[in-house]
Design a protein around this ligand. Structure first.
Ligand code: PMP
Length: 356
């Protein structure tokens, strides 16, 4: 019964299917916060080189990727857990650490996998509403009870693009009992421009179960090959590594991630495309009299002042796939991922046509 109570994660349909359904072609997807530049070229080259080794099992410990991350991040290799995307680590955390009936605090709205993986083990999601689209850390801390086992915080937040500061996070840690597992999902942290933004790494120590989650799916352009990681106190990493599927990160993903970490030029170009694109899109949408919400990520919310589900459908007919925020509690908002300059221009032209 508790499995059947899970609200399924509904991924977008394949573009080809949507195009067939709507009788269109050549559409663009600005819906899943992916990297518009494609994968890192260095990662692609590494994948090609590794193809001939596909008859072998992957390195189950992810030795070279873990070493590279440890060196780059300045943490001990024992504090890193690799995942088949950060989704995998979210699932490991809930499977390893929660018992039926435990409470897990998350915001409303928040990333769907927190609730799905909580319900999966018959634990209970407790929602704290966002305030002005931002994570109200003081309210979250106030919602902690003796039943609270875990808290999910998303920084920058999806779908709103807001961040919390290091100072606010420090206050939060002081207010929350030190046995509560705090998971800070930093899937979009590379895009942050605000110098005040908290970085969970700065607060990691062995005194409490604090976890920072990161991914290669966004800034590194590797969403399709599935690789992410968590950084946490070594005793916690040892627990997760006990229940981790031994070959959860495939051999192509491992070499791709290592190469992507070396591809500084690609990361720099990605950030430039996203930051320039955000500035251009804000200006264009403002000229249209629309309100956009400033974002620290590679996506942002726009109030289209109409039923967002209908706008989604009409945009689709124009060949532009965006995300309606109706099911997130924002009936007139859409979420748009920043694309290449020509994609951003197509989005603006399509939105003008749809809203006229
Ligand atoms: N956390 C957040 C906030 C996300 O938006 C996403 C991707 N949509 C993920 C985690 C999952 O990322 P991954 O591809 O690493 O599983």
């Amino acid at each position: 019964d508790y499995i059947l109570s899970i609200k399924p994660y509904v991924p977008g349909k394949p573009i080809e299917e949507l195009e067939r359904e709507y009788g269109i072609s050549g559409s663009i997807k600005l819906a899943s916060n992916e990297n518009p530049l494609g994968p890192s070229p260095l990662a692609l080259a590494a994948i090609e080189k590794a193809l001939s080794g596909l008859h072998r099992y992957p390195d189950g410990s992810g030795y070279y990727l873990v070493s590279k991350l440890a060196q780059k991040l300045g943490v001990a290799p024992e504090s890193i857990v690799l995942g088949n995307g950060s989704d995998d680590i979210i699932g490991m955390l809930t499977r390893a650490l929660l018992l039926p009936g435990d409470e897990v605090i998350m915001t409303d709205p928040s990333f769907a996998m927190y609730d799905i993986t909580t319900c999966m083990v018959n634990a209970r999601s407790v929602y704290v509403p966002l305030i002005d689209r931002a994570l109200p850390l003081d309210t979250v801390a106030g919602a902690v009870t003796s039943k609270t086992k875990m808290v999910f915080l998303t920084n920058p937040n999806n779908p709103t693009g807001t961040v919390f500061s290091g100072k606010a996070f420090e206050r939060f840690l002081e207010a929350v009992p030190s046995d509560v597992v705090i998971v800070v999902d930093e899937a979009y942290i590379e895009f942050v421009q605000d110098p005040e933004c908290a970085r969970a790494f700065d607060f990691l120590d062995n005194s409490r179960p604090l976890v920072a989650l990161r991914t290669f799916s966004k800034a590194y352009g590797l969403a399709g090959i599935r690789v992410g990681y968590g950084v946490m106190p070594p005793y916690l990493a040892a627990i997760l590594n006990r229940i981790r599927q031994p070959f959860n990160v495939n051999s192509l993903a491992q070499v791709a991630a290592i190469a992507a970490l070396d591809d500084e030029a690609f990361l720099k170009q990605t950030l430039a495309v996203v930051h320039d694109g955000l500035a251009w899109l804000y200006a264009e949408l403002e000229k249209m009299g629309l309100r956009c919400f400033p974002s620290q990520a590679n996506f942002f919310l726009v109030d289209v002042k109409k039923d967002a589900a209908a706008v989604f459908e009409e945009m689709l007919k124009q060949g532009v796939i965006i995300r309606s925020m109706v099911s997130y509690g924002y009936p007139s908002y859409i979420r748009v991922t920043v694309g290449l300059p020509e994609e951003n221009a197509r989005f603006v032209a399509a939105l003008k046509a749809v809203l006229k």
